[in-house]
Design a binder for this molecule. Sequence first.
Ligand code: ZN
Length: 389
Amino acid sequence: MKYCNFCLQPDTRPGTRLSIDGLCPACIYSQNLNNIDWKERYEILQNIIEKKIKSKKNNLNIQKKSKFNKHYDCVIGVSGGKDSTRQALYVRDKLKLKPLLVCLAYPPEQITNLGASNISNLINLGFDVEILSLAPQNWKKLLKTAFMKYANWAKASEHALYATVPRIAIRYKIPIIFWGENPAIQFGDLNTKGKEEYEGSNLSKMNTLGGGKIDWLYKFGFEEKNIFNFSYPKKSEFKKNNVENIYLGWFFANWNIKNNASFSILYGLNLREDHYKNTQDLYGIYSLDEDWVTLNQMIKYYKYGFGRVSDYVCDDIRFGQITRNQGIKILEKYDGKCGEKYIKSFCEYIDISLNTFWRVVHKHVNKKLFKIEKNNNIKPLFKVGKGLI
Ligand SMILES: [Zn+2]
């Protein structure tokens, strides 16, 4: 286990690798931000819009032939959180496009009041929002299966989250899907790299989606009629329908966690209130539409040695807001933590005991990075910022 020399990103993050100088991809990208010609990037964005939307809108032949959607210019997947609120406003007010916002609503047992209020906020801001809500009974089974087999309840729901947006864009023949950050750049998941840094044709290769394949769901007995919404469209479907994925974050000089939140708060974003010792959410701005993300971040910590707090701390170090040493202290204290109430409510939801929960988690603890002690305490075998002791 090695850490980035500049921030505190470990090389245990799936899909990442450190440079010869010991830097993670996100640090290399952020250190280069001052040398970027942002005007040029804005022109690239305008060219994409011209080519994909405006030129076709004015060409009736193309419209007839390809059933080009002349009402909506682009699709943005939204939860009503910090990134999607900022994107939606930018696309409408700065780029002067007409977006269709697509929201995959979580089952009733899980969506938070906070998530609901933030999606309402987006609707109130004057957007068309298409909300797809999948059968909660089915979702509950998927969550349970994903947890019991992989200790990752979100494995199924992330398929649905990422697949719903392109499925709707393809269905309506809307030519551009705007996503926020490029996972290859912002998180160092290099498998998602496309031909250009703003281009997202390899989005489905991100670690959590594993190529967008949902064979594992068939393996565990789910029928196609219940999971077709979880299947990420094939590249050929994008091509046939002229739909393209674009990372909007690449065009922003100041795209990061805190800036997006600060901007969106001004437009009505509501924040999480629970303390970060329970949620790992230092500023209360992450994944506001559900609470069990904390639980998954705790398990991620046991699998890879880093959790949600790492994302904040690494961003803060890169943008000069804290030192690496300050970051180490914060991570040692809070990374991987999860309030007991979230674990309990999760166990109740999928109907398992706390003992079963911990048995599954223990099975997936990375034994190279952690030791499970006799009293079931999980002790790290590494020092944050240094690696294995
Ligand atoms: Zn780094």
